[in-house]
Design a binder for this molecule. Structure first.
Ligand code: NAP
Length: 248
C-alpha cells in the first residue's frame, strides 16, 4: 500500500510530532496547516534536511471546498493516501458555558467536528474498496474531554470531541468491510501551545497534580499511540478509542 499520510494540523504540537514520526516510519507526509505557514515550512525543511518526504499544504479544514482541494493536492504530490490523521483542533477561550459566544462554538465545531467529518469523507472515497481503493486507516485525535465534559472550561469543545468519537464508532462499522480501519486516540493534558491559545498558558501546571501520573503528557506520547493504531501491529483494532491520559 502507498505509504502516504495526511496529518491535519500537522505543523505544530501533537500534529508535528505525528508528522515527524510518520516520516521515520517511511511515510510521505502531507502536513496540513491553516494560518502559521512559518511553522509548516520550517517543519518540512527539517524533514527534507533529514532525507524525508513531506509537503506543507494550507487548507482550512472547516471549509469542505478547501478539504477537497487538500486531498487533490495530496494525490498529485504523492498519490492516493493510505492514512488520514484528523488532528487539527482548537478549544476557544476558556470560560463558563453561559459566557461563550456563538462564533466560538461555530468555529470549534466547524474545525474539530465538521473538519474531521469532511476529511474522513474524502478519505473514504479514495481508500474504500467500494470505490476501487486499496483500503487504509483513519485515526482521529479526540480528547478525554468527550467523557469528562470540561465543566467551567470549554463544554462546547468537549461536545465537539464526543461527536468525533461517535463518528469513529459508526464509520468503523460502516467501512471496516471495505478495507478501512477507523480509530481514535483521546489525549488528556498534553504540553502544547493549545492551552495558551485557550487563554491559560499555565493550565498544564494547574492540572498536573490531579493526573494519576502527576504530569502532563508529551506530543510524542500521543504520536506513539497514533502511529501504532495506523500500523499493522493494530490490525484488529477498529472502532477503538484509545485513552492516552495518564490515567485521568
Ligand atoms: P496546537 O499545538 O494548538 O496545534 C493545532 C494545529 O491545528 C496547528 O497545526 C494549527 O495550524 C492546526 N489548525 C487549527 N485550525 C485549523 C484549521 N481550521 N484548519 C487546519 N488546521 C488547523 O494543538 P495541539 O495541542 O497539538 O492539539 C492537536 C489535537 O489534539 C487537537 O485536535 C486537540 O483538540 C487535541 N487534544 C489536545 C490536547 C492537549 O492537551 N494539547 C488534549 C486533548 C486533545 P496553524 O498553526 O496553521 O493554525
Amino acid at each position: 500500500m502507498n505509504r502516504v499520510m495526511i496529518v491535519t494540523g500537522g505543523s505544530r504540537g501533537i500534529g508535528a510530532a505525528i508528522s515527524k514520526m510518520a516520516v521515520t516510519e517511511g511515510y510521505s507526509v502531507a502536513i496540513n496547516y491553516h494560518t502559521r505557514a512559518d511553522a509548516a515550512v520550517n517543519l518540512v525543511r527539517e524533514i527534507h534536511d533529514q532525507g524525508g518526504s513531506a509537503v506543507a499544504i494550507k487548507a482550512d479544514i472547516s471549509d469542505p471546498n478547501q478539504v477537497k482541494a487538500l486531498f487533490e493536492q495530496v494525490k498529485s504530490e504523492f498519490g492516493t493516501p493510505s492514512v488520514l490523521v484528523n488532528n487539527a483542533g482548537i478549544t476557544g477561550k476558556i470560560c463558563r458555558f453561559d459566557e461563550v459566544d456563538p462564533e466560538t462554538m461555530n468555529k470549534v465545531i466547524g474545525i474539530n467536528t465538521l473538519g474531521a467529518l469532511y476529511c474522513s469523507q474524502e478519505a473514504v472515497k479514495l481508500m474504500s474498496t467500494e470505490y476501487g481503493g486499496k483500503g487504509g486507516s483513519i485515526v482521529t485525535v479526540s480528547s478525554i474531554a468527550a467523557r469528562l465534559g470540561s465543566p467551567g472550561e470549554y463544554v462546547w469543545y468537549a461536545a465537539s470531541k464526543a461527536a468525533v468519537d461517535a463518528m469513529t464508532v459508526g464509520l468503523a462499522k460502516e467501512v471496516g468491510g471495505e478495507g478501512i480501519r477507523v480509530n481514535a486516540v483521546s489525549p488528556g493534558i498534553i504540553d502544547t501551545d493549545i492551552h495558551a491559545s485557550g487563554g491559560e498558558p499555565g493550565r498544564v501546571d494547574r492540572i498536573a497534580p490531579v493526573i494519576p501520573l502527576k504530569r502532563a503528557g508529551t506530543a510524542q506520547e500521543i504520536a506513539n499511540a497514533v502511529l501504532w493504531l495506523c500500523s499493522d501491529q493494530a490490525s484488529y483494532c477498529n472502532g477503538t478509542i484509545l485513552d492516552c491520559s495518564g490515567g485521568r
